[in-house]
Write a protein that binds this ligand. Sequence first.
Ligand code: AMP
Ligand code: MG
Length: 337
Amino acid sequence: MYKSGIVKKYKFLLFLLFSTLLCGCNEPKTVNGIYFDTFISITAYDNTSQEVLDNCINMCSDYELVFSKTNPSSELYAINSRDNSINISSTPGEFCAIISEDLYSLIEYSLSLANNTNLAFNPALGQVISLWDYKSENPVIPSDYTVKESLLHTNINSIHLDKDTKTITITDPALQIDLGGIAKGYVSDKLKNYLIESGTKNAIISLAGNIYCIGDKYGQKYNVGIQKPFSDKKESLLTLSVYDTSVVTSGVYERYFKSNGIIYHHIIDPHSGYPSTSDLISVTIICNNSTQADALSTAILVMGKEKGIEYLDSLENVSAILIDSSNNIIKVGDFFN
Ligand code: AMP
Ligand code: MG
């Protein structure tokens, strides 16, 4: 029994060795780590060096120190906590700071998406998002009063950006910025750009539900599974064959708690302050811009099927897979034509 196990193992290793030699393929190389509160991995299928892959991990670590809402060492944390040492405003109640290029451009893009999605995506939702604690062992449902009070501090017009001075001014002392619905997409785009500039032709970047496929995998398209909502992680509802694109999924099953049979998940309807109750439970966006895909997956989920499809139809080069609460699959966009 044991012996035949070893023989099988050697046969398998020999098979791997021969198939690699025959196709002249490089062995895949993977790096991974935990950043942005999630497991990330980058796998190259070509001759990308270990150094380049390690640099990708260093980039994740650096970006966490820009965009994290919870890491006390991050730039965003300093802004949300109105760190006096960087405040250059002398107006009481107002905060103004010079911010990094990355933070500036992601906040700027988030605000434009907030406007374009009728606030379905709202980067100023931080106060409300903090009320919902999915990590706690005994999560507490916030009172209606607290939710309504926090909603008063989510007005994007309280955030002002100045291109010339690269400053952010926040006029509402209680407003909190949350980039959790878009930062992973931004980082994927940056990693993709870095890898391509470094000569990488075939690699897959995976930051939880954010996937970026560079080129193909040994001449074949990548297979990206779309998870069946609320099922075991490995169960896919369908598989997409893709190359050279980003595939980003937002699903209500990714982070939630249950109380009295009701699911309280992590995608908040900015108009109510409560977890979205739209008819969609999972949205996958397929497009080349991962930052856009990330924000859209969150926004479309909040918008729901009808408004979401209408909005998607107005966009170019964006396709989507929507899953409703009965697990119906709706395919939108040119990718499927
Ligand atoms: P995603 O998994 O990309 O849909 O992002 C979910 C994360 O985005 C949440 O954990 C929050 O940090 C943030 N978020 C939740 N609801 C919204 C919203 N309506 N607009 C912007 N960000 C949101
Ligand atoms: Mg998102």
